[in-house]
Design a protein around this ligand. Structure first.
Ligand code: UTP
Length: 469
């Protein structure tokens, strides 16, 4: 036994994980090295603690106190209603446009998820979502960034977080499409970390083969550590980037680098700004932003009883109205502060079915939804909210900005998202004076127009032809 092994063996014994070495003697040297490397990177004690905590039912008193203390979020910029509101939004837009012109904005797309609900066999960004063409999610975002760059004569770096599950294919896809003409040197792919799944009953780390732990991406909260370890926080600082526009891979109608959102964020010197939309019903399965003891936090829909979800404040408005669209703007220095102590973002436990190799070396694929065999661990980026000293919430226009692709069918599916893209296109065309029947699909590339005003102007000048849409 070499000294590395004896050290590893001690740690494994102490944390009841010796089964990881069960097949060590049967492995090739490189497999042995790889297994020891995976074990070396794993915080065995922390995993043990988390598993132990997961076997208690948590602290229902703390959870109940959190919900009782929750108030409607305080600092919210609402959608404009009055002329004064419109003036405020106009001013914020001008401030945001200036930040863009000055080159202070970068986009971060988190694209490391496994997209299991959609059931698409490739990274979700490669999903064809165009109502008339096979335009993918990646292409829509790339074209939005290119169009913003052209409009403001500026550089907007694009940072894409991938994972073991999505990296190689994403890289090949972007190469094959020549980075959609953004220039390879301004698109940064970086990989998030991964964490092993644990057997829910025993806390033992699951293995996917004789030499591999059953790993999965460490959640969108893995962004903070991943940015830092890829050296990107330094790079952003060198490029004088101040604002990181964060969004998820699944919403093709997000307004990337939305000048109004950027403007409010910059005006208020917010460290973390979040776009929210009004929930359609209290029962809607959406996390909501609230104020808890003076801090902004997210309450997950699963934390609320139906009665709590429908609770109203003194103005008769739902307390839990402000649905999280996962569109955020981070102040770069705030991200640096988070990265300096990454343990500030807690690990969350989710019970899921995870395939694994049993003690005889055979693969088992549990599939009982009522009794998941494993716990998976993830960090959530929105846990940064209560850490921030200065947060801001801006209400977005739901039908325009939030039409995600989550499920294979039904709500939040390719059908609803494609229909939204067509509807938005029809609205822009109507504003330009062209009526299109409701059942006719419309697809407007961000390179043709980023909004209704631009489309009107370009149709008038002939730069865009009706026949092309
Ligand atoms: P979701 O919570 O929708 O998860 O991710 P998912 O993995 O994409 O899909 P399901 O739940 O398996 O169906 C929201 C966003 O966070 C990213 C996803 O790529 C998506 O943009 N994400 C999620 C990561 O980048 N890494 C992760 O580890 C998890």
């Amino acid at each position: 036994m070499n000294p590395i092994n004896s050290d590893v063996r001690d740690r494994l014994t102490e944390t009841s994980q010796t089964h990881l070495l069960r097949f060590l003697s049967e492995l090739s040297t490189s497999e042995q090295e790889s297994l020891l490397h995976q074990i070396g990177k794993t915080d065995l004690r922390l995993l043990r603690q988390i598993w132990k905590a997961s076997t208690n039912d948590g602290s229902p008193i703390d959870a109940a106190a959190r919900i009782t203390a929750a108030r409607s979020p305080g600092k919210v910029v609402r959608q404009p209603v009055s002329a004064a509101d419109s003036e405020r939004w106009k001013q914020a837009t001008q401030v945001g446009e200036n930040e863009l012109r000055e080159g202070r904005v970068a986009v971060i797309t988190v694209a490391g998820g496994q997209g299991s609900r959609l059931g698409f066999d490739h990274p979700k960004g490669m999903f064809p979502i165009g109502p008339k063409t096979d335009r993918t999610l990646f292409q829509i975002f790339a074209e939005q960034i290119l169009a913003r760059r052209q409009r403001y004569h500026t550089a907007i770096p694009w940072l894409i977080m991938t994972s073991d599950a999505t990296h190689a294919e994403t890289h090949t896809f972007l190469e094959e499409h020549n980075y959609f003409n953004l220039g390879q040197d301004s698109v940064y792919l970086f990989q998030q970390g991964s964490l092993p799944a644990l057997d829910a009953a025993s806390g033992r780390i699951l293995m996917s083969s004789r030499s591999e732990l059953a790993l999965s991406p460490d959640g969108h909260g893995g962004l903070v550590a991943a940015l830092a370890s890829a050296g990107l926080l330094n790079l952003l600082s060198q490029h004088n980037i101040r604002h990181l526009f964060y969004h998820q891979i699944d919403n093709p109608t997000v307004i990337l680098c939305d000048p109004a959102l950027l403007g409010f964020h910059a005006q208020q010197r917010s460290q973390l700004t979040t776009n929210v939309v009004r929930k359609e019903s209290p029962a809607e399965r959406m996390g909501v932003l609230v104020d808890i003891n003076g801090r902004t936090e997210i309450v997950e829909y699963s934390e609320l009883t139906p009665e709590q979800a429908a609770c109203c404040d003194e103005n008769g408005e739902w307390i839990f109205w402000a649905g999280n669209t996962a569109i955020h703007i981070f102040d770069r220095e705030f991200l640096e502060q988070l990265a300096a102590d990454e343990s500030q973002l807690p690990l969350h436990v989710a019970r899921k079915n995870v395939g694994f190799m049993d003690d005889r070396g055979e693969i088992v694929r549990p599939d009982d939804p009522a009794n998941p065999n494993a716990i998976k661990l993830e960090k959530f980026i929105f846990d940064a909210l209560p850490i921030a000293e200065r947060t801001l919430i801006v209400e977005g226009n739901r039908s325009r900005e939030f039409n995600p692709v989550k499920n294979r069918s039904g709500a939040d599916s390719p059908d609803t998202s494609r229909a939204a893209l067509s509807r938005i296109g029809r609205e822009w065309l109507a504003a330009a004076g062209y009526e299109v029947p409701a059942d006719q699909p419309v697809e407007i590339s961000p390179l043709q127009a980023l909004d209704a005003e631009e489309l009107t102007a370009r149709l008038k000048s002939g730069a865009v032809r009706l026949a092309d849409l």
